[in-house]
Write a protein that binds this ligand. Structure first.
Ligand code: MN
Ligand code: MN
Length: 465
């Protein structure tokens, strides 16, 4: 190649490369990922995750916001929304009239919820009926160890915490599947039909109590154990939220330990980055920094703890009121990074990706100008100026990033909270960690991408305009 061509290529063509071919502080990256893995293990449900968020925030001097309190530069405040979603804010040097720098992620993940009348016995085996939450591939949830977390709210207002399978020595739960010897007909079905939702029943026990002439003895024995441990009766399931999640902790993946395998990367991987970057701000940011950790994203962001809830608007309005600023003025000058995962290119299934516009493992935080399905249906579709703004922020802060789409145009699609932020008149762009096996009980991300996402969040919070 002539020098002239070499020079032209350098000047004119994009030079995308693996993040490991760029400078990366690998010791800091590993330390960050250790914290992330511990965070995942403590928060396998949105409630547990929100509790861990508050613990970490309080350790860093964040205190609950109470309506009517003064809101001054440097204040670190949080709002706990019904124990399932958290809003955190570090009040900036400038007035909220100048807008806020927002990172919005979600802390709910696909899982199996118990039905309101879950407990039954069939052929002297006891089970819980489940109703899946979010987009799961049902066949992935059978024959893996599961644990159960959540609460039972009693009529007198007491809320009983339930946790089965997480403590060492605890029993686990499981959903059985057919043996291959008898699975010939099942094996001919499409993946989406082979395991019907009504067969996702958790096996609870097999040991009867009482005498052989009694009936329903295994179910009764299970209910007796639950009553002994939690003081609940069968009717209390009516007002319970119990969630079955994979009984597996986060761990390094690969001989080189470059990846992390865990349940719930989507979207705690961006949630943790958004949180940690906020907690790690050493100085008062110029603009107010806001971290949103929403619930219910996996089922459409509806509901009182979802991103479409007025809880966010009310919180922002309260803060603005305290500074005598109309909230609409604040929102129209704000920027939001909708921090959510994207699909990492998987060479095992290359046919569903468009190679020139896919996110790659170890290429850094993935920006998505738009998400959506087919003709961008449901997408927020950030404008060019917004993408340029984030390019500049990230490049100035030395953040390794890539631009990507979720997959081939007609292969499917997905959404995030971006549209709900943009609908509020907030300039918004999607960005997040590329994930392998997204929505599976055990997902995989790269440490480098986790670290660069954290750096990206920091750059957003620190931006001066
Ligand atoms: Mn997500
Ligand atoms: Mn998801």
């Amino acid at each position: 190649m002539s020098d002239e061509i070499k020079e032209l290529k350098k000047q004119l063509l994009s030079n995308r490369k693996n993040g490991y071919d760029k400078p990366v502080d690998q010791a800091a990256m590993e330390a960050y990922c250790d914290g992330y893995k511990a965070f995942l293990d403590k928060g396998k449900t949105e409630r547990l995750c929100a509790a861990e968020v508050l613990r970490l925030a309080e350790e860093k001097g964040y205190r609950p916001y109470i309506r009517g309190m003064e809101v001054r530069s440097g204040d670190k405040l949080y709002l706990r929304n019904r124990g399932k979603s958290v809003l955190l804010v570090h009040i900036g040097q400038k007035s909220l009239a100048e807008g806020a720098q927002i990172a919005a992620a979600h802390i709910d993940s696909p899982r199996l919820d118990l039905k309101p009348n879950p407990l039954y016995e069939d052929t002297e085996l006891a089970y819980f009926k489940t109703h899946y939450y979010g987009g799961i591939r049902k066949y992935q949830w059978v024959t893996i160890p599961l644990e159960l977390h959540g609460v039972a709210a009693l009529k007198d207002g007491t809320v009983v915490k339930v946790s089965i399978g997480a403590d060492p020595g605890d029993p686990k739960l499981v959903i059985t599947d057919l043996l291959p010897h008898l699975g010939q007909e099942q094996g001919k079905k499409p993946l989406s039909e082979a395991i019907p939702g009504e067969t996702l029943n958790l096996l609870l026990g097999s040991r009867p109590i009482g005498d052989e002439e009694d009936t329903g003895r295994v179910k009764l024995a299970v209910m007796k154990l639950l009553h002994e441990k939690y003081g609940i009766t069968e009717d209390d399931f009516t007002s319970a939220e119990l969630e079955a999640v994979p009984a597996v902790n986060a761990c390094d993946i690969g001989l080189d330990r470059s990846l992390i395998g865990a349940y719930g990367h989507d979207d705690r991987v961006c949630g943790y980055a958004a949180l940690k970057a906020l907690l790690d701000l050493e100085e008062t940011p110029v603009r107010t920094a806001v971290c949103v950790l929403a619930d219910k994203e996996e089922i459409g962001s509806d509901g009182v703890t979802g991103m479409q809830s007025a809880a966010f608007d009310t919180f922002m309005e309260d803060l603005c009121d305290a500074q005598g600023v109309p909230v609409r003025v604040c929102l129209e000058k704000s920027f939001c990074l909708s921090a959510d995962v994207t699909a990492a290119y998987d060479p095992n299934f290359g046919e569903v990706y468009e190679k020139r516009n896919a996110a790659y493992v170890n290429y850094g935080i993935g920006l998505c100008k738009y998400t959506g399905a087919r003709g961008k249906s449901g997408a927020s579709d950030a404008d060019a100026e917004t993408v340029a703004y984030v390019r500049r922020l990230f490049d100035d802060a030395g953040v390794i990033w890539q631009i990507a789409e979720l997959g081939k145009v007609d292969a499917g699609g997905g959404g995030t909270v971006a549209a709900y932020m943009a609908n509020r008149n907030i300039t918004t762009l999607d960005a997040g960690v590329p994930v392998l096996s997204m929505h599976a009980p055990f997902e995989v991300v790269s440490k480098l991408d986790c670290w660069e996402t954290y750096k990206g969040m920091k750059a957003v919070y620190r931006a001066e305009k």
